[in-house]
Each structure stands twice: as C-alpha cells, then as structure tokens.
Design a protein around this ligand. Sequence first.
Ligand code: NAP
Length: 445
Amino acid sequence: MQEILAAIQAGASGAEIGALPIPESYRAATVRKDEVGMFEGIPSGDKDPNKSIHVEEVATPELAPDEAYVAVMASAINFNTVWTSIFEPLPTFMFLERLGKESSWGARHNLPYHVVGSDGSGVVLKVGSAVRNWKPGDKVTIHCNHVDDQDPSAHDDSMQAANQRIWGFETNFGGLADLTVVKANQLMPKPAHLTWEEAACNALCNSTSYRMLVSKNGAAMKQGDSVLIWGATGGLGGYAVQYVLNGGGIPVGVVSSADKVDLLHELGCDAVIDRKAAGYQFWKDEHTQDEGEWRRLGKDIRGLIGEDPGIVFEHPGRQTMGASVFVCARGGTVVTCAATSGYMIEYDNRHLWMKLKSIKSSHFANYREAWDANRLIANGMIQPILSKVFPLEQVGEATLTVHKNLHEGKMGVLCLAPSEGLGIDNPEFREKVGEDKITLFRRHA
Ligand code: NAP
C-alpha cells in the first residue's frame, strides 16, 4: 500500500496508478466472529469498542466485474459501527452469512472477520471488466447503498430493492481500512475543495438526511416548513439543520449541552432547545409515558417559533417517539430512520389519527439521492461537519466516543492519508466557500 500512497501523493496519472500491483493483503478495522459473545452480561453502555475492534492485516478479495478497488485515504465513524462493535441488536455476521448464500461473489463476504465502515474517500485503483464510468486514478467518495442492479426490484427506488444492503455493515470489506472493494454504483466524485477526511465524513449521514427531508421519498420539505430536529449537532442532525436552512425552512434544534447550543447558533439555527437543561422525562418509568412532558416540549417549541413543527426529524426512537408524534403539527409528518434508544416504540395513536399526522419511514438513500447530496457538498452549499480526526489505529476509541455521545458532528478516521489537511485540489473554490464555514464543527470541538 505504501507504493500506492507514494504514487497518489506524487500526483501519478490514472495510467500509472492503474499499472500498480494490487496488494495481496491490507490493513483493516475488523470485528471477529469468535468474539461475538465477549460482552455477554455487560450493559450496552459499558460495552467498549476498543475491545472488539481490531486493526489487522486481511486478505484482499477477488474483484467482481461490476466492482472497483479503492485506496481509502480517509473514512469516518457511523453509528452502525457502534452497533457492529457491541454486537447489538444482532451480530452482523448474520448479514454476511445470508449474503454468502446469494451468489459466488456474495460468498466472498462470509468470513470469520468483518471489515467495518460505511464511509470513505480515496482513489480508484482498478475497475472490473463491466465498469464503464470510472477508471484508475479517479478521486472518489463512496456511498453505502449496496444493490444488485440485476434485480428488477432495484429499478424504481433502489432502497426498495429486495437485496439492498449497507456496505461495511451488512456487507464485508468496509471503509475503515486502507483498501476497499465496492460496487461501481457506489462511487461519486470527491468534492475537489475538501481534504480527504472532510470528503470522507459526509456520504452516509448527509445522504440519509437529504432523503428524510428533501426527497419526495421522505418528508419533501418546502419553503417555510418548521422542522424539529433531534440530535441537531449529531451526524444526521448537523446536515438536517443545513437542509432546513437552505430550503427556506425554520429549524428547531434539540441538543444536550450549552456548547452544542452555541454551535447551532453559529450554524444559523436560532431556535434551540437544550433537552438536558430542560430535563424532559418523557417516560415516568419503563412502561409509562408522561403526556404532561410531551405538552411541555410542545409549549417550548411554540415559545420559540410560534407554531407546532410540520416535520419532526426522528431517530432517537423509544425515548422520544411518543413526544415526536404528540408535538408534530396537525397534518404533519414524523420522518424516522432509526431508534438509537430502543426500537420497540410507543406513542398515543389518538394524537396521530385525530390530527391526521403521518409517520414516514426512511433508510439511507438511493444512488440518485446520494449523488444529489454529494453534489451539494461539492458545490459548497452543504458543509462537512467533521469535528475530530483519529488515526486508523484508534478506530476503537473513535467508535467509543460516538457510543458515549461525547462528540459533535462526525468523527473522521485517517486510513492511507498520513496526516490531516491533504487532498485539496481546488483551493480557490475552498476560499470562495469559506474556511470558517467548512471547518465550523472542527474549530468548535
Ligand atoms: P449521532 O452522531 O450519535 O447523533 C445522534 C444524536 O441524537 C446524539 O448526538 C444526541 O444528541 C441525540 N440523541 C441520542 N440519544 C438521544 C435520546 N435518547 N433522546 C434525545 N436525543 C438523543 O448519530 P447519527 O449518526 O446522527 O445517527 C443517529 C441514529 O440514526 C443512529 O441510531 C444511527 O444508527 C441511525 N442512522 C440510520 C440511518 C439510516 O439510513 N437508516 C443513517 C444514519 C444513521 P444530543 O445529546 O445533543 O441531544
């Protein structure tokens, strides 16, 4: 890999990069099948990804005709790597076993180790014989929608494909590594004004927030819509706030510290609720929710923007869903993509049907949506929300930081890139967009 890195750093041509040999093994962050029981009896919050994630040398898989090898310069932590590393709610080896039964190419994924990671930026090293739009030397970011495009069900909205998977979570050979194998239809051009780590942190969360809010497959937000955003400085929320502001909407951000309140104000979000300071207790006990507390949140939102939110951007799940359905405006939409605090959800259905509200489910993004979201990063209209950068050796610590909710925005990980700040090809455009805007989360951390 060092020869490849030297060529990339020396600005080698695509032909030169294409002529380099693909190494037989590479460095990768893995979890191991024989360790899935290691946290038995330990509460979720105490499970430490430092113990389950290993950085080790793994064999390079064979390349399928519709795939590309990419030298990964940088990657990022997503919450799905937290789930994989604590083996909850299921060990991800179950996904790999299922994929292994699908085809001979799928069988490559069923291994005793799982290379994790669902984001990345880097350089294409080699493409399979069926790849037409990409070539060695192309600088790319990678989105995580892994779809078999020979399946008819993948040809309306590919997120509806029967065998849709998330790369590096439900497939092997993920992005937290020096090399990855991806389908050609996961590739997107790297925004030229960003560093490798700034370019690597966006695709998963930015595309998810785009689909949830902007796409017709999500809440299809319009000008003037008010949007309640849980975790508004988190991975999803940091992009969601930007989409609402860009689209002429009114964001109400919910966060859990005074620091995060300041960050949201700097981002341009005026209406902010500090949920920790407010001390909401939506659940009286494990079985009973408190409508009075839902009402208090609703009153706080009205106090800030004078109305109920037409859209609620939901992902904490069990802890907040009852409140989200309650505070959503008559005829409004709760759009949900996750359940960090628990997936067995409870809400009062009377508030949903009597006020004609909808709950809309959303999951990552199809290629078109991911491409459009990447384009908005590339043209400087959406900013990366990178706040901290770790070397690959410290991927366990980076994952623990997200698990413990000690972060803002995205945690970047340097893979092949030897240091931060490399990879900017268009400094003039960077200056035009504004260093302050691009590095807001980084400076704040
Ligand atoms: P993140 O960076 O950890 O941010 C989530 C934020 O939510 C936290 O920073 C926290 O903010 C807030 N939060 C956490 N628990 C909460 C609770 N009990 N009540 C209220 N707020 C709470 O994670 P993320 O990347 O945004 O992802 C969030 C969830 O979405 C994860 O479960 C992830 O797996 C899922 N996800 C799903 C998709 C998909 O395609 N379906 C894509 C991306 C992520 P404060 O403490 O500041 O309030």
